[in-house]
Design a protein around this ligand. Sequence first.
Ligand code: BDP
Length: 691
Amino acid sequence: MMTLFARIVLIAGLLSAGAAPALAEDGYDLWMRYPATTIAPDSVSVRGDTPMLRVAAAEVRRALPAQAGAIVLARTAEVADLKLPTATLGDEGYLIRAVRLNGRPVTLVTGNTDRGVLYGAFALIRQRATGAAGDLTSAPRVKLRVLNHWDNLDGVVERGYAGRSLWDWWTLPDYKDPRYVDYARANASLGINGTVLNNVNAKAESLSPRYIAKAAALADIFRPYGIRVYLSARFSAPIELGGLKTADPLDPQVAAWWRAKADEIYRAIPDFGGFLVKANSEGQPGPRDYHRTHADGANMLAAAVAPHDGIVMWRAFVYADTDPDDRAKQAYTEFKPLDGRFAKNVIVQVKNGAIDFQPREPFHPLFGAMPKTPLMMEFQITKEYLGFATHLAYLGPLFAETLASDTFAKGAGSTVAKVVDGSLEGHTLTGIAGVANIGDDRDWTGSTFNQANWYAFGRMAWDPSLSAETVAREWAAQTFAPAAVAPAVAMMMGSREAVVDYTGALGLAHVMATGHHYGPGPWVSDLKRPEWNPVYYHKADKRGIGFDRTKSGSNAVAQYAPPVAAKFADPATTPPGELLWFHHVAWDRRMPSGRTLWADLVGHYDAGVAYVVGMRTRWDTVKPVVDAERWQKTASFLAVQQREAQWWRDASLAYWMSVNGLPLPAGVAPPPHDLNWYKALSFPYAPGNPQ
Ligand code: BDP
C-alpha cells in the first residue's frame, strides 16, 4: 500500500510531467482573455456617469494589467480645452491619445458620444493586448453592423453548429442569463451595433406581446453596449396574429395593423432597430402573393417604423420555382427594376454571391446595379457550406475577396466595399450583416477557430478595407500565447481556399448533399425543383463541365457592368477560380497551369486535402504553448477535417469519372470505394437542418 504522502508525491509528479503550459481553458472568454491581475480601480477615471460610460470603464478596469497607467474616459465635450481633432469621429468613432490632463500624463479615450468612448475603450484593450501602441483614431465606415441569428423559438438554430440558441426564450424575460451580457461585450468589442434575434424563416409569434416582452428584456441588457435589437418579420403576420384575411401590402387594414404593431414594439423597446424580412423566397409569404412588388411590401413596413426612426432590411435572396431562368439571375431580374422605388428607410440586403454562400462565388451582380438604393451586404459567418463548425476555415479572405471585387459601376475602383459603405453613390444608410455562428456551446462558436470568423466579421464591418491577415493576426494575438500566433495565422490564411479545393474548385458550386448540406452530393438529380439539384449547377457531361452563363447560355454575365461582363464572357479572361461558374468547359481544355481542366481539378482536390494535413502538422508544433483543452479539441477537429476532406475528394472524383470516363492522371490515388458506396451514405441527424 502506498502511503498518503507517496500518493501525493506521485500525483504531483504526474501532474507536472503532463502539465499543460497554461491553465486549461474552454474558450468561453473568446478574444477577451484578460490577465488575472487587473488595473487598480482608481487608475481609470470617467468623466460623466451613464450606463454606457460605466460599462466602458468597467471593461478597461477588468482588462488592463496593473501597469497600464492612468486612463481617462470622456466625451469630447468634456475635454474641449484640449482642442483635439474630433470632427471626423462622427457619432461612433473614437480617439486614443497620450495627453496631459490637470498636469498629469494620461491616456485619453474619447469620442463625440458615449458610444464612441465605449468603442475607444475596447480599442485600447485590443491595442494593448496585441502589443500595439501610439495614438489611434478610428470611425466605422459602415453604419449598421448587424448579426443575423437564424434562431428559432424552440431553441434550434437553423444552420447552427454551436449548440442551441443562446436565447432561452422560455425563461425570458424573467431570467436574464449572465451570458447575455458577455455576448453584448464580445459584440461591442468589435463594434457590432445590432442583432436580429430570430430566424429569417420567421414565426409570426415572434411579434406577439409575449415575445416582444422577451425581446425587450434582451434589448435592455444590450443597450449599454450599443447594440440595438431587430426582429425578423413574417410577412403574413397580420393574418396569423391579427386575424385579417389578407397581408396585401396595399390594403389599408394591413398597413394599419403593422403600424399598430410597430407602435407596440417601440413602447417596449424605444430604440428598436426595425425589421428584417425574407419574403417570397423558399416558401415564405410576401407581397408577390398579392401581385405586389418587393418595393410595395418593404415600403409598407417602412412606413410603420418610420415615425420611430426604424428601418427595414429587405432581403434580395429570392428565387422562384415558377421562374425557369438561371437561379443566379433571378434576384437581379426582380430587384434591378425596383431601383429608386424603395422608401428612404429601406435597405436591400444582398448575399455576397448570387446563389447561396458557397465556398466561392463571384460577387452578386446587384452590387453596383442599384445606384439609387442602399444595399446591405449579407455574409454567412456560420459555415453551412464550409464544413460546419468542425472544419477550420477562416472566412476573412472570403469577406475581403468580395469586398475588394470591382463592380466597375462607375469605372475602375467601384468596389463592392464602396457600394456597401455608401461612398460610391453617397448613401448614408449603410450596412453589413453576418449570419451568426453563435450558439450555447461553451466556446460560443463550436470551435476556437470559428471565433475568428465572428471576430473578422465585426472588424471588417467596421472597416471593410482591413486585410484578412491583419485581422487574423489581431485575433490570434488575443487568443493564443505569442509563440502560437504565427503558426495559427499561417494555418488560417489558406484554410478557406483549401475548403474550396476539396469541395470543388474552379468555380464549381452547390455540389453538396441535400437538406443538411453535409458532405458531397454532386450526383443528386432527383429533387423537386431543378435548381435544388447539384447537376443543375455543374452540368457535367461526357464533353465537359460547368454552367454556361455567357450569351450562348443563360447570359447571366450581362448582369454585370460591361467591363466585368466582358471579362466573365471569355473563358480566357475569367479568373480560373470562377471558370466553371461562367463556362461549360471541355475536360481537356488547357489551363494556365499547363494541365488539362480534368488534371487541374484533380490537383485541386489533392491540394485541399494536403493543406489540411499541413495544418495538422503545424498544430502539432504549438502543442507546448497552447492549453490542453483548446489544443485537443482543435487537433480532434483537424483529424475529422482531414477525413472529410478526403471523403469529399474521393466521392467527387468517383462521380466525375463516372461522367467523363477519364482515367486519373498518373500517380493519383483512386477513390477507395465505388460511386454507389458514396451515394449510399446518409446522415439523418446532421445538425443545423430544422425539419
Ligand atoms: C440557405 C439556407 C437556408 C436559409 C436560406 C436563407 O440553406 O436554411 O433559410 O439560405 O438565407 O443558405 O434564407
